[in-house]
Write a protein that binds this ligand. Structure first.
Ligand code: SAM
Length: 264
């Protein structure tokens, strides 16, 4: 039974870190005139309204993307701005693109897009949000989908793994899954998002990921105050295999952005 709904958290500081790095990597990969595959294991509904009661209730977007945009912290030519403005032009000033819409906005007609989303309502909303694009939306376990597609055609490309970690065994399973996916798809960029938790629950997963010696691995983490008193999440992380050239420099720019936001 899935209860997680990303609308409560869309546009929060974790999304800003994940989406800024994702958008930058996708824009980088599209510099070459060769088609790409983009796969997401845990897609969500793709399109959020930050003035929806759920988003207003938590106030996470107000402390996240809204604050970042007010401070003009993202470079004017950052690809996340491109995805945001395209989404807002189509869906209004409070709209926020989830990772599927960021990818669809930044990729090209010849690229191939696959999304897994298990929750029936989120899946239906995702299909509607992606109508303008030629994307495949699957109502299937995301890890199974990734395993069945790897290596995808075209072979160049990026896989985003963004679980809600509702199933605690995900932390233990993920390093093995990423190792297997890399074996099947050695040129694929594999990006994993994870929460930084006060009690360190995420740490053994990172240790196991790093112990595999995967090529061009990038670990990027930012910390921020918990959204509510007693909340376990105190930061956000991305672990990327085959990180594109320049991703570490982009990660450093994102870290600087977080320092600037936390001073305000
Ligand atoms: N990637 C999205 C973004 O950045 O906009 C957010 C995704 S949200 C953190 C995780 C989503 O995964 C939820 O919508 C949930 O319903 C879905 N989900 C949970 N378990 C899944 C599974 N095993 N396979 C596919 N989707 C799953």
């Amino acid at each position: 039974m899935l209860s997680y709904q990303h609308i409560y958290h869309a546009g929060n500081l974790a999304d800003v870190q994940k989406h800024a790095l994702l958008a930058w990597m996708l824009a980088y990969l599209t510099r070459k005139d060769k088609p790409l595959s983009y796969i997401e294991t845990h897609a969500g509904r793709g399109l959020y309204q930050l003035d929806a009661p759920e988003a207003v209730k938590t106030g996470e977007a107000a402390q996240g993307i809204t604050k970042v945009l007010a401070g003009q912290g993202l470079a004017a030519d950052h690809p996340l701005h491109r995805a945001l403005s395209e989404t807002r032009k189509a869906h209004g000033a409070a709209a926020y693109p989830g990772s599927p819409l960021i990818a669809a906005s930044l990729l090209r007609p010849g690229d191939s897009l696959h999304f897994a989303e298990l929750h029936p309502q989120e899946n239906a909303a995702l299909r509607a949000a992606l109508k303008p694009w030629k994307a495949k939306v699957h109502q299937q376990d995301g890890f199974e989908l990734a395993m069945s597609l790897a290596p995808p055609d075209p072979r160049r490309g990026l896989l985003l793994i963004d679980p809600s970690y509702e199933i605690k065994s995900d932390y233990a399973r993920i390093p093995g899954i990423i190792g297997q996916l890399h074996k099947k798809w050695n040129v694929g960029v594999i990006a994993l998002w994870y929460p930084i938790l006060k009690d360190g629950t995420h740490k053994p997963m990172l240790k196991a990921l790093e112990a595999q010696g995967l090529p061009d691995a990038l670990r990027h983490e930012v910390t921020f105050p918990p959204v509510r008193e007693g909340h376990r999440m105190v930061g956000s992380g991305m672990f990327v295999v085959n990180a594109p050239y320049g991703a570490a420099e982009e990660a450093a720019r994102i870290s600087a952005l977080f320092k600037a936001v936390s001073r305000k």
